[in-house]
Write a protein of this length. Structure first.
Length: 134
C-alpha cells in the first residue's frame, strides 16, 4: 500500500481517541484503506485535500468524492460530519498541488500510536464517480 503521508504527531487525547498531525506533499496521497471499528475525523489546517470514499470493495458500489475546500477551515456546526469517515468505508486522501496539512482525530480506537491502528488495505473496484451520501 503506497502512501507518501508523513505523521508528525501521535497523541492520545482521551480514552479511545488518538490525534494525528498528517502532512501530504504536493499531489501526495495516502493508501486506500478502511477501518473496521474506527471513525476518522479530518480537520484541514493548510492546503487542499480531497477525501475519496466508497463502500467496502466487496460491495462494488464505486467511489464518491468530498473536497475539503477553504470553506471548511472556518468553524461551522455541520463541518465535522462532512469530514468524518465511519468504520467500514474505503477511503483515501489526495493532496492538491500545494500539499496539505491535516489534523486527524481517530475515534473508537484502542491504539496508542499510528502503528497500532487497525487498517485493511484495498483497491478501488470501480472508478465511476458518485455524489457523496453525506
Amino acid at each position: 500500500p503506497a502512501s507518501n503521508a508523513r505523521y508528525y504527531l501521535e497523541h492520545r487525547v482521551a480514552p479511545y481517541q488518538l490525534l494525528l498531525l498528517q502532512a501530504l506533499p504536493p499531489d501526495g496521497k495516502t493508501s486506500i484503506h478502511l477501518h473496521a471499528i474506527e471513525t476518522e475525523q479530518f480537520y484541514p489546517l493548510w492546503g487542499e485535500c480531497t477525501i475519496s470514499c466508497g463502500w467496502p470493495a466487496r460491495q462494488n458500489t464505486g467511489l464518491a468524492e468530498l473536497t475539503q475546500s477553504s470553506d471548511l477551515y472556518a468553524p461551522r456546526r455541520d463541518a465535522p460530519s462532512k469530514r468524518s469517515v465511519p468504520p467500514g468505508i474505503v477511503h483515501q486522501l489526495v493532496a492538491g498541488p500545494r500539499g496539505a496539512l491535516n489534523a486527524i482525530l481517530v475515534c473508537d480506537t484502542l491504539a496508542r500510536t499510528l502503528g497500532e491502528l487497525e487498517h485493511q488495505y484495498v483497491r478501488w473496484t470501480e472508478r465511476r464517480r458518485q455524489t457523496p451520501a453525506w
